[in-house]
Design a protein around this ligand. Sequence first.
Ligand code: SF4
Length: 511
Amino acid sequence: MRQVGDKIRISAYDPLMEDDIFPLLLSFFPDKDAGGSLETDITFDDGKVRAKTVFTPAGSPDNVREESEEVKGPDKEANGSKKDVNGPDREDSGLKNDPNAYRRELRKEVARVVYLQIVKLTGKKLPWGMLTGVRPTKLVLERLEQGLGMHATYLMDRFCVTQEKATLAVRVAHKEYTLINDIDYKNGFSLYVGIPFCSSICNYCTFGAHPLSRFGQYVEPYLEALAKEIRETSRLMKKRLDSVYVGGGTPTILSSAQLKWLIDLIKESFDMSAVRELSVEAGRPDSITEEKLRVLKDSGVTRISINPQSMVERTLNTIGRAHTPGQITEAFRAARACGFDNINADIIAGLSGETPEDFAYTLGQLEKLAPECLTVHTLAHKRAARLTTSPQMYEGLEAKGVKEMVEAGAVWAKEHGMEPYYLYRQKNMTESLENIGYSLPGKECLYNILIMEERQMILALGAGASSKFVRDCAERFERVENVKSVKDYVERIDEMIDRKRRYIEEYNIEV
Ligand code: SF4
């Protein structure tokens, strides 16, 4: 059984069904001011699977409603022998001899039934239906690779995705398909290098960033450990390197000499001859100087991110960004002066205290900055973020009209010639929305697609970095994580390298 207080509870005879349905229940009622309580029971009795959901609206404890039904398998109309079955039909689904696949399909069907029960009971629908995972476009991409069609219908019928989101997912997946098929991604890998320090910590952050004021003494030892990890893992890699992403934290918190040293080290250690892009997050404008940008440009960096998140000064103060809108404008000016012609700007819909008018103001200010890429995030309420751990600091500051903001971002991107090219979701996103990356044609960041769609091995180095080893032609992958704390990372660097050694060696001989 899994539950949150007395508000949400799921109990199922198969624990994996609990794992599927728990996030679904949370998506309906993500916050403490939920519209009521939801309790679901999945039972298996007498050869029958049954789903029962009970809903009690907030403030009406006597108005208890419930939906209960036997879980049916796929409709057998197609071959003219319709009958009710418990779970997916083994003959029809080709699952007869594959108990694991059968169980997977049954779990999906149970989740779908529960989703529809909740919709009926609460009158509320989720934009992405019963899809609670991070990568809704992955489903479509897989279908494209299998030569299948009718993707939007598939998402709507099978996963109850709204038409608007299904259309968006299909559009993005087509774009991704075109972009990644341009490279032989299965025989290559991408490299991530993390610099986990920031000038201050944003109220929504759970990226494991360390504030420089408290952890400044760790920067040098951290870079030494990172150099060791870069050198030793690069010697192990035998595949072709396709893309490099230096992220964080805020990489540009390093001095210009440190930045030059780091990029040079990457270039000396790995074979860069086939690398298509070298991206660096210059996320915080207060960390950027023209000298650092010049170093990045001269070192061959092809794409940077300068992230306003908002151009409203009040908001930047509230969320703890420690920079002004003017510094963002200045950072863009300096980047242009250094010759950067591919700059991404991240903005967030749903920041504390923001309204659609604030968001529209930010978009209006972006006119002057003219980024080549725009990433519109929807605020995710993460458990470890200050926003959640210190709610008293943000009382009465819940953003309003977040869906409207996300839509305004899409309109702005379209009006500026951009297309959506990658998309992902996170847990507890405001209004169950998504993050979308838009780009002018030809300016897309390949790394973003490869990591989101789990198509390629990602060698991730640095504290908190999570390497992904894709196996069996993207059928499965394994993660190998580094410790998050910079202190632990420095002290245990040999262990971090050893953790990856076996996986890299296996990956070198696999596709
Ligand atoms: S800039 Fe990014 S990594 Fe740094 S604190 Fe803010 S959200 Fe976290």
